[in-house]
Design a protein around this ligand. Structure first.
Ligand code: HGY
Ligand code: MN
Ligand code: MN
Length: 412
């Protein structure tokens, strides 16, 4: 039975971790940044050295093909992949594992001449973490990007996508050319760390994902009046930050109480304007994120959160601005891909369990154009999106072998 080279995979994980490495461990490698572009160049060299056809599309997606040099309906390909961009102060496996295990699987297939009827490819999708707009590269590839919005897309710190791409040598106005021809992808399967505690606590080595949550992000701003922080009587103040603070606490309760038990919410971006200590905040702005496996529940929470924002503003004599930013839809994973993963686990003698993904992934875009699925391995302590994110080497090897055999089954 063919298996991957765990040492070669491990050494590539460590090499990729060097791009944007932080002194205390972990990595910061936002898409289009200099360290990300160095990682991209390194990856294209590794793909070529592994004997794969290598190309980069207009949306910055990197591909390595085995029996494939471009996507077309004449030769539908079995695709794997993930992303090499990271969150700030993130871990070295989120995304990187799926890209490098995909490379390792294709290289092993080529070296062993393992039979496969369909061509195979591995992808590194641009800006999966959505610094400029969530799941950007796979959304473009799957024809799901609203192209009229590209000019306006920007990070929360204001940096525009067009400028970030231009600095990396890409023309954002041409991303539409990255859309894959219809029928070009026969199936998609992605290996990823679970990023949560369920597999480790259940003592099960492999997760077979059956659905992926939808994620909604909304910018909510409470607008009052700047005033002198010392001389303005307390009852006269119209404090934008306090509106945002009250909303944040009540929005959390709303989602916990009325989210059906699987919905979650987070507010990780807060800005106060003018933002100096001796002025009553005129403006308190936050990005409100909600996630859940059920689209209807998410839509209902959205409506209730907007009503909450308006009632907080009214009570505090503030204006409120509610701007939807991005909304991904929950995606079901294809039964055919889940069955292939199950069969690969049986071949390798590994226990598995089905679970939904509480993180968003590129696979939810691929699910719109082909049969898509995901393989999870346990995260130590469920830790992710933090510098001490890690998984056991054995878990990484098991995941890569399940990916290898799943790809062979899907490409047979
Ligand atoms: O945020 C997420 O769910 C993923 O890690 N991009
Ligand atoms: Mn992530
Ligand atoms: Mn990820």
């Amino acid at each position: 039975m063919i298996t991957v080279s765990a040492s070669r995979l491990q050494s590539r994980i460590e090499a990729l971790a060097g791009f944007g490495a932080l002194p205390g461990g972990g990595v910061t490698r936002p898409c289009w940044s200099p360290q990300h572009e160095q990682a991209r160049a390194w990856l294209t060299r590794e793909l070529s050295a592994a004997g794969l056809e290598t190309w980069v599309d207009r949306a910055g997606n990197v591909f390595g093909g085995l029996g494939l040099h471009a996507f077309g309906a004449d030769a539908p390909a079995v695709l794997t992949g993930s992303h090499i961009d990271t969150v700030p102060e993130g871990g070295i496996l989120d995304g990187a594992l799926g890209v490098l295990a995909g490379l390792e699987a294709l290289e092993t297939i080529r070296e062993t001449n393992a039979p496969h009827r369909r061509p195979l490819a591995v992808a590194a999708w641009s800006d999966e973490e959505g610094r400029y707009g969530s799941l950007f590269g796979s959304r473009t590839f799957c024809g799901r990007l609203d192209l009229t919005r590209v000019e306006a897309m920007a990070a929360v710190d204001g940096e525009r996508l067009v400028d970030a791409m231009a600095r990396a040598g890409f023309d954002a106005r041409r991303v539409a050319e990255a859309q894959a021809p219809a029928g070009a992808v026969a199936a998609y399967v992605e290996l990823h760390i679970e990023q949560g505690p369920r597999l480790e606590e259940a003592g099960i080595p492999i997760g077979i994902v059956d659905s992926i949550v939808g994620v909604r992000r909304t910018r909510v701003a409470f607008v009052g009046q700047a005033d002198h922080a010392g001389t303005t009587p307390m009852e006269r103040r119209r404090d934008g930050f306090l509106g945002a603070a009250e909303y944040a606490l009540k929005a959390r309760d709303l989602v916990v109480k009325h989210g059906g038990g699987k919905s979650v919410t987070n507010i990780g971006v807060v800005r106060v304007h003018p933002g100096v200590t001796n002025i009553v905040p005129a403006r308190g702005e936050l990005v409100h994120e909600m996630r859940g496996p059920d689209a209807e529940t998410l839509a209902r929470l959205d409506r209730r959160a907007a009503a909450l924002a308006r009632s907080v503003a009214r009570r505090r004599r503030l204006e409120v601005e509610i701007q939807p930013m991005t909304a991904t839809t929950p995606a079901a994973c294809a039964a055919r891909v889940q069955r292939a993963i199950e069969q690969a686990c049986r071949t390798l003698g590994l226990r598995s369990t089905h679970l939904y993904s509480a993180a968003g992934h590129d696979a939810q875009n691929l699910a719109a154009i082909t049969d898509a699925g995901m393989i999870f391995i346990p995260s130590k302590g469920g830790r992710s999106h933090r510098v001490d994110e890690t998984s056991d080497r054995e878990a990484i090897e098991r995941g890569a072998n399940v990916l290898l055999h799943t790809l062979l089954l899907l490409a047979a």
